[in-house]
Design a protein around this ligand. Structure first.
Ligand SMILES: [Cu+2]
Length: 152
């Protein structure tokens, strides 16, 4: 009996945790990424600098597959930190061209190393909205390593 109560208490803690992630269900995002027409992929890019983020606002269309190239031209490492966006984007993969590709249920952020570090994010934006992207290191966002993805 005591053991059952302990189990019930543990489940009560764990079950809400299962639904704690905001955004869309991973299975739904997976399905969108898998059924997207990747022959129509559009190339877009973001350039990070020490104190810069270009373009400040990147406009995207919901349902359109994109290959986003993020490059760091600064002398400091910078993050592409966009948990709210990534919780509603159907991501096919992230990759470092010629080196590696990564597949995950959900990404939260990416650290791009200084002086030319780069990665690609292959994704379909799903939910319209204006999503913040920033580098959370030190005062980098205040210095300008911050921008938005506008999904229309
Ligand atoms: Cu930074």
């Amino acid at each position: 009996m005591t053991r059952l109560l302990v189990l019930a208490a543990v489940l009560a803690i764990l079950v809400p945790g299962c639904h704690a992630l905001p955004g869309r269900a991973p299975e739904e995002l997976d399905r969108i990424a898998e059924t997207a027409d990747w022959s129509k992929v559009q190339d877009v890019s973001i350039l990070l600098r020490d104190g810069g983020f270009e373009p400040r606002e990147l406009r995207l269309r919901a349902g359109q597959p994109y290959r986003l190239t993020v490059t760091n031209a600064g002398v400091n490492n910078h993050y592409f930190n966009a948990p709210e966006f990534l919780a509603t984007a159907a991501v096919r993969k992230a990759q470092v061209p010629r080196f590696a590709e990564f597949k995950a249920v959900r990404f939260r952020n990416f650290e791009i190393f200084a002086a030319g570090g780069t990665f690609e994010l292959w994704f379909v934006p799903v939910d319209p909205g204006r999503y913040r992207v920033h580098c959370h290191l030190g005062d980098h966002a205040e210095m300008g390593v911050e921008g938005h993805l506008l999904v229309e």
